[in-house]
Design a protein around this ligand. Sequence first.
Ligand code: ATP
Ligand code: ZN
Length: 210
Amino acid sequence: MLRLAIQKSGRLSEDSLKLIRECGISFITSSLKLKTESTNFPLEILYLRDDDIPGYVADGVADIGIVGENVLVEEGMQHLAVEQLGFSKCRLSLAVPKGDPYEDISDLQGKNIATSYPNLLQSYLDEKGVQAHIHTISGSVEIAPSIGLADAICDIVSSGSTLISNGLREVERVFKSQAVLIANGGLNAEKQEILNKLLFRIHAVQRAQK
Ligand code: ATP
Ligand code: ZN
């Protein structure tokens, strides 16, 4: 039996479940349950917070998982990645208040930037040779400039409408992300065999969608 960790409730949940179902794997879901077993494939599904998924897979509590590359790379767990899944596409971007005369990244030198992704932001700033003060906050990042907490933010964007409705302008793309399948590096032969079967089905689903 292979254990798969997916997000319990959020932007990855629905498409993660849909992919597993499209692979012909049946299971009964209930919003109250923390895990379910498939009725026709040796797979058990654990429902977790997305941020906890890479750690659980690295520790072997779950064998495989589905998570955003943004979270995976932020947590320094990119070595667990097996395959990009093509959904939950988004980007991590820097944004400033729309009246700000921002021209290029050097304008952020010495500024305060609020984000939930301090590591991804720090590597981007290092690459550009910019020193800024990073304030790590866990949510509602887009309101930070309007309450005087930061001069700029670095947050997840898909359409950009959340930025616009908070009076912000996207100025730099820091990281491009999509959902990725991850796996523990030390799976035994039996689990590896189940993972291979699952990957075979995922590839068939992906080919059918092209
Ligand atoms: P949790 O409660 O599990 O910690 P969360 O609030 O951290 O959830 P979500 O907002 O559900 O996370 O986002 C989960 C992942 O979905 C993100 O890490 C990112 O990879 C992706 N994502 C976030 N926002 C969008 C979006 N607007 N469009 C597409 N994908 C997104
Ligand atoms: Zn989360």
